[in-house]
Write a protein that binds this ligand. Structure first.
Ligand code: 0T9
Length: 376
């Protein structure tokens, strides 16, 4: 492959062979150095808020329909960061660091232009299988996004197929009357470009956004060769309460622009820079905060010092194995810091009633509200 350094071709092809003969948790497979990312998966939930003004804008509408359109707009605008930003910053999709149980990631987006301050709390709530839980809050606007993420991977001819397990619930508290609750399901992914050593993501299938106000949207994803022949294509339809009739249709490419098909007006435009999350200094972090925990590994990967990276990674993994052994010996289990596990999410159950959205199949996590000191 072209993007694979000559010295790593052998290990890349054996990595691909192991992917092909394997399904389940890819995160545990050892990959050649050139494809390693210095960033842990616990940082990924920040992608939900890299357009903080669009998130805040959701709270700015009294009308149910207008507010719902603001939700769809914010959601579509997050896709570019979620699914193409590694290609932009590192040249291709890379294999993220596999978080340890209890790994934490904290950050915020400062208040600016009346948008309010938005905070992020992430915790790795399971290691096998990897599950990441997060909460993003803008208290001054009454917004809370709580979600969790896991993946089921399989291999099909030349691509990795990723089914995302998990969902997000957006709660909007206007301070008057009942809170609005909105379920967001997650798209499926296809990772192509593997043979050349330059993986990239395409989205497929769909996302449902279902609000307790009754407004709903189905967002369909297609890649090259489907409805427009273009990459990263999206078509969203928005329907009023109690009806499957379509009131709005939005079409375009999620990494560039989409338009409202009725008015012809631009609906989302992500061709200007996003705002990365602000994170405190690493020196002040606790042991399990992602950038502190992986500091030496990430540094090694960034500097091309893979010997140090792999030595430091082994140290972390051995420490984890020892902790699990100690827990078994002591008859204890790891205690989560911020999240509580539920077998089923009552909000999900309620919102999918009378819809054709798949019933919840996985455990879920709710915020236990034990905020880190800096956030309180
Ligand atoms: C939630 C997102 C998710 C996490 C990543 C599949 C993937 C792990 C999960 C779904 C975020 O909101 C959005 C974006 C990217 C997804 C990752 C892309 C990826 O390749 C990894 C998997 C586990 C791999 O590392 C596969 C091997 C690698 C060599 C291909 C680059």
């Amino acid at each position: 492959g072209e993007a694979v350094p000559a010295s790593q071709r052998g290990s890349w092809s054996s990595f691909l062979k192991s992917i092909a003969s394997f399904s389940g948790d890819l995160s545990s497979l050892t990959a050649p150095p050139f494809i390693l990312s210095p960033t842990s998966l616990t940082e990924f939930p920040a992608y939900w808020c890299e357009r903080p003004e669009l998130f805040a804008a959701i709270a700015g509408h009294k009308d149910d329909e207008e507010r719902f359109l603001a939700i769809v707009k914010w959601f579509i605008a997050t896709l570019k960061g979620q699914y193409t930003s590694r290609n932009e910053s590192m040249g291709s999709e890379k294999k993220p660091l596999n978080p340890v149980l209890g790994e934490l990631f904290y950050g915020h987006w400062p208040d600016k232009d009346d948008r309010g301050r938005t905070t992020l709390v992430v915790e790795q709530v399971s290691h096998h299988p990897p599950i990441t839980a997060y909460v993003i809050e803008n208290k001054s606007k009454g917004l809370n996004l709580t979600g969790h993420n896991a993946q089921k991977t399989s291999f099909s001819s030349s691509a990795i197929i990723v089914k995302q397990i998990g969902h997000a619930i957006l709660t909007i508290d206007s301070g008057e009357g009942e809170k609005e609750e909105v379920l967001i399901t997650l798209p499926k992914l296809r990772i192509d470009g593997l043979w050349y050593g330059s993986p990239y993501i395409e989205l497929w299938d769909k996302t449902n956004i279902q609000s307790s106000s009754g407004w709903s949207s189905v967002l369909e994803y297609k890649g090259k060769g489907y409805f427009s022949g273009k990459i990263h294509t999206i078509k969203a339809t928005v329907s009023p309460p109690g009806s499957s009739s379509v009131k709005h249709t939005i079409e375009g490419q999620w990494h560039i622009q989409t338009r409202d098909m009725k008015t012809g007006k631009v609906f989302t435009d992500v061709t200007f820079p996003k705002e990365e999350v602000t994170v405190g200094p690493t020196e002040e972090m606790e042991e399990f905060e992602s950038r502190k925990l992986w500091g030496l590994v990430s540094h090694g990967i960034r500097e091309g010092d893979y010997e140090t990276a792999s030595r430091e990674k082994s140290k972390i993994e051995n420490d984890q194995r020892q902790r699990r052994r100690d827990e078994i010996a002591a008859g204890t289990t790891w205690e989560l810091k911020h999240f509580v596990k539920l077998e089923s999410d009552p909000v999900y159950e309620r919102l999918v009633e009378d819809t054709d959205i798949t019933p919840q199949e996985e455990d879920c996590y709710v915020y236990g509200n034990n905020p880190p000191a800096w956030l309180a």
